[in-house]
Design a protein. Structure first.
Length: 112
């Protein structure tokens, strides 16, 4: 398994489990924990994942994120956010639901 294949598999596993430890992932993928740490650093530049330390700590996927789901890019999300104040009633509710469902900014901000 190449490093890229392993990283793809790691993000798939994390999206299913929502949380895991570097030790468990290292065991599962047959590498040392330091390799998983490096993989997580690389993956965190593309995916909304974060780590926590201490008892109960590990690697987390931000709530609501799903792999292979289409999300708005930053420019699209910023445009829709700027348009929000001009909307009223049902249109405003629909726009909020679009931003909540397909926007990543709120999901990214939950990273610790």
């Amino acid at each position: 398994m190449t490093a890229n294949e392993r990283r793809k598999a790691i993000i798939e596993v994390l999206c299913l489990r929502r949380f895991d430890t570097r030790e468990n992932l290292a065991f599962e993928f047959g590498v040392v924990p330091r390799t998983i740490e490096k993989d997580i650093v690389i993956l965190s530049t593309e995916y909304p994942i974060y780590t926590t330390q201490g008892r109960g700590g590990g690697i987390h996927v931000v709530e609501g994120f799903r792999l292979n789901k289409d999300y708005l890019n930053d420019e699209q999300e910023e445009l829709l956010t700027r348009l929000m104040p001009g909307l009223k009633g049902k249109d405003a509710e629909v726009m909020k639901s679009i931003l909540k469902t397909f926007g990543l900014k709120g999901k990214r901000s939950k990273k610790k």
